[in-house]
Structures are given as C-alpha cells and as structure tokens.
Design a protein around this ligand. Structure first.
Ligand code: ZN
Length: 483
C-alpha cells in the first residue's frame, strides 16, 4: 500500500515544472488516458463529468433565451466545405478526409467537420423562407476534428475535441449583433461564475478573427504559466455565408433579403483551463459548481467502533444528497484515512468531511477545504447550512484569487521596450495599437511570438501612438503569448 501511495501523488511542483505538473495531474487525477490514435485523448469519467456539468449550466442559459439543441452529420461533402472561400482557406490545412468506404473509393470525399457552418447553412437555406422563420436559434453539442501537427496537450490541443457550436440567423444586422454579444456574455458568466476563471472580453483583430466572419469577439483568460487562453468565441458572420448559401427570406415589406448570422463556440479546452488555473502541488482543485464529487466523507474508524461511525457517515451522506449535493462516502476497507485524504485531494474534491469516534459522541464533524486546507469543527445540526456556506466560500475565493492573478498579469506598456519585457516576463502587455495587420505581424516577430489576444471592450481613451510603429493609435489592445 505504501508503494502505491508513492506512485499516486505528484512528483513535481506546479512552480518548478508546469508542463510536467499538468501532465501528471490530468493522468493521476484519472481525468484522461492516451489512446493509440496520436493526438487524441480518452475523456475518463472524472473529466467527462465536468463537461456534463458545463453542458447543463450552458443549456439552462441558452434554452432560456429560446435556443434549441440539434444534431447535424459529422461529414461535410468537399463541394460544400469549399463554398465559402475564406472559410475553407482557414481550415483546409487541418481537415481530415474520408475518401473510401470499404473497398470503394467515394465519388466525392467527405470532410470530418472542423466546424459546422457549411453543413448547417445548406439546411438553413432550405428552412428559411419568410421573416416568420426568423430568428433561427440552434446549437449543437458534438466533437470536431482539426488535424494539427503540433505536439498534443490534453484538453488544450488535441485532434478531436468536444464543444458546443451555436448557429443563429436573424432578419436584421442589429439583432444578429445583439446575439453575438449576448452569447459572449453568457460565456463570461459561465467561465467566471462556474469555472471561477476571470476573463477579458473583447474583439479579435482582423488577423485573428474567425475565417469567414465579419468580426470575432472573444473571452481571454491568462494561465499561470504565462500564456493566454481563448476560452470562447462569438462571431458576427454578417451576410457572408447567407450570400454564398442563399439564405434568403421574404421580409415584412415584401422584399427578399439575406439573413444575418452568428456562430459561437466553447470547447473542452476550458477543462484544461480549470486544471491549470486552480490546481496545486497536491493535484486538482475543482470549483464546487462544476465538481463531479463536491463532498467526500471519510470516516475515521478503528476496529472496535466502526459501526456507529459508518452509520453516522451514511446519515450525513443521505442528508446532503437530499440537498442535491454530489456526495461520496469512502468507507473502503484496507486504506488509511490519510491515504484516502491524498487521493480525494488529488482528484480535486472541494470539501472533505471527517468523522471519528469523538465526533460521533459529541454530535459534530470536521469540514476541510480543498483549496486552503482550512479545518473547522461544526455541529451536525448545522451541517446543511455550513456546507452551503463553505462551498460558496470556496467558489468565491477561487475566483478572487484568479482575479488577483489576472490583474497583476496585465502590464500597461508605454514603449516597445516595456512591451517586450512584459511578454518576456510571462505577462500580457496592454498597449496603444494602430490596428494594422502588418504591425501585428511585426510585433509577433519582435516580441517572442506575442499575438493580439483582443481589443478589450473596456477602453480608456486611446490618445497617443501605436507602441510598435508610432502611428496614431486606434485603441488599447492586449497582447501575449497564447495557447
Ligand atoms: Zn502600429
């Protein structure tokens, strides 16, 4: 057993070797496994359950605003994918193709969806006839394939990943633009209030926008290893796809018009962000609102007094389950309480309940927070109230800590030297920017590959000159190395 214990824990510190720490956490917390398909991972129950909670939270939000879930084929005929030139150019290097079925070569090769705009909009063109058919508000939960050749990283860069993609059509530009922002701010809420990760919301530059969109809005987080991570994007597609696919409707004024469209997506890379942002040297720390197991009960038993303690632990478990918490009681024989503590800490369970013989006698128990290791003894009578309070505290304090980190990670740079130094010291640089793509390319070359993460919606007056080229600035922009 001792030997097993040794293998189970992490052997590196987060601050010493971040990459190795991350790889160990996702494997040892039993979130993923590798497969024979290079660049693809297995989502084991410990990570898939987080995704299911994200799905539930997001579905609740989008169904309230009238969106419906649907499912389209994962195969896209080549002719369809090629219809929108800019779009296909953006994706073609990473598209995986089906060319054969059994021994038969297919007449037309089929792309495995890298995203579903083309296959969906072919249908939208058939379904949308009149202003009465609008808005059309659909979402899919599926997986997409983008055959990257860069080194794979679980959740963050894999050839197949899971996501949701929302695709809407509207009768006016204003309505579509409102949708773009509404969905982006649903992401902000989901990421901040469930994942406990603060983000910077803003617009992508033309260089970084989605292939085929008029513009792209994004929510960007900043990871503890000094890299920005795009957490979700919402695109204004304008009428670009509508014109290519013929999505037209007869408006109230009897005129035929092209629909205005949006698409928006958030993927399982956000699970990687949760691991990176909150995890520590003991393993995962999962925010209570997304934790597959929120509370673990570990009875501290000795041979002679086992029964009353287990009975009490079961009673506590039942009470908490009645309040809809996901609770597990670890009454396995043959493991010491200390060994169990380590295992559940590694797996990131936010709250541990310990109950031993003295506790049973005095009708009390011990609560232990995963994030701070703080312990408190409470009366069993106060159980429900205290558990609710402590889980809220954990959720809030994870977000607070992450907010402080984000705040100190954005350096306002007033000259290029400061800008380059900020990037070099693993921060993001906020600077005045002219908005030109050529200038952005030069910045990337000169500052260790830093890209424009976004032009934040929150702007102060952009009076002055671009940090790189010295031309008149259009806005403040945030740059940094990214995933
Ligand atoms: Zn410039």
């Amino acid at each position: 057993m001792e030997q097993k214990e040794e293998q189970m824990g992490l052997t590196v510190k987060k601050s010493d070797d971040f990459n190795e720490w991350y790889n160990q956490v996702v494997l040892k917390a039993d979130m993923i496994d590798y497969s024979l398909v290079s660049g693809c991972i297995v989502f084991k129950p410990n990570s898939y359950a987080i995704w299911e909670k994200i799905q539930k939270a997001f579905n609740d939000k989008i169904t309230k605003s009238g969106h419906k879930n649907c499912y389209f084929p994962m195969f896209i005929p080549e002719s369809l994918l090629k219809k929108e030139a800019e779009h296909v150019e953006g994706f073609s290097p990473e598209v995986a193709w089906v060319t054969r079925a059994g021994d038969t070569e297919l007449n037309e090769k089929l792309a495995i969806r890298p995203t579903s705009e083309t296959i969906m909009y072919e249908s939208y063109a058939k379904w949308i006839r009149s202003w009465r058919d609008l808005p059309l508000l659909l979402n899919q939960w599926n997986s997409v394939v983008r055959w990257e050749f860069k080194h794979a990283k679980p959740f963050l860069r894999t050839r197949e990943f899971l996501w949701q993609e929302g695709h809407t059509a509207h009768s006016t530009k204003e309505e579509a633009e409102k949708e773009v922002m509404q969905q982006l701010f649903e992401y902000v809420d989901l990421i901040e209030n469930y994942m406990a990760i603060p983000v910077i919301a803003g617009k992508k530059t033309d260089k970084e926008k989605f292939a085929g969109a008029d513009y792209t809005t994004t929510v960007e987080a900043f990871m503890p290893d000094g890299k920005a991570l795009q957490m979700g994007t919402s695109h204004m597609l304008g009428q670009n796809f509508a014109k290519v696919f013929g999505i037209k409707f007869l408006d109230k004024d009897e005129k035929e018009k092209f629909a205005w469209q949006t698409s928006w997506g958030l993927s399982t890379r956000t699970i990687g962000a949760i691991v990176m942002m909150h995890g520590d040297d003991k393993g995962l720390v999962i925010p209570p609102r997304l934790a597959p197991v929120q509370i673990i009960i570990v009875p501290i038993v000795f041979k002679e007094n086992k029964e009353p303690i287990i009975a009490k632990a079961k009673e506590i478990s039942k009470k908490l389950k009645a309040r809809n918490y996901s609770v597990e009681l670890d009454d396995r024989d043959g493991y010491t309480p200390g060994w169990k503590f380590n295992e559940w800490e590694l797996k990131g369970v936010p709250l541990r309940i310990e109950i031993g013989p003295k506790d049973v006698a005095s009708e009390q128990l011990v609560l232990v927070r995963r994030d701070t290791s703080e312990k408190q003894t409470i009366k069993i009578n106060d159980l429900e109230k205290k558990v609710e309070q402590v889980l809220d505290e954990i959720q809030n304090s994870l977000l607070k800590k992450a907010k402080e980190y984000l705040k100190k990670s954005v350096i306002e740079a007033h000259n290029f030297n400061d800008f380059a130094n900020a990037v070099k010291s693993k921060k993001m640089a906020k600077a005045l920017f002219c908005g030109q793509s050529e200038c952005e390319t030069l910045i990337k070359d000169k500052a260790e590959g830093a890209t424009c993460r976004c032009i934040p919606f929150e702007q102060k007056p952009a009076k002055g000159h671009c940090v790189q080229c010295g031309k008149e600035a259009k806005s403040w922009a945030v740059f940094g190395k990214g995933y």
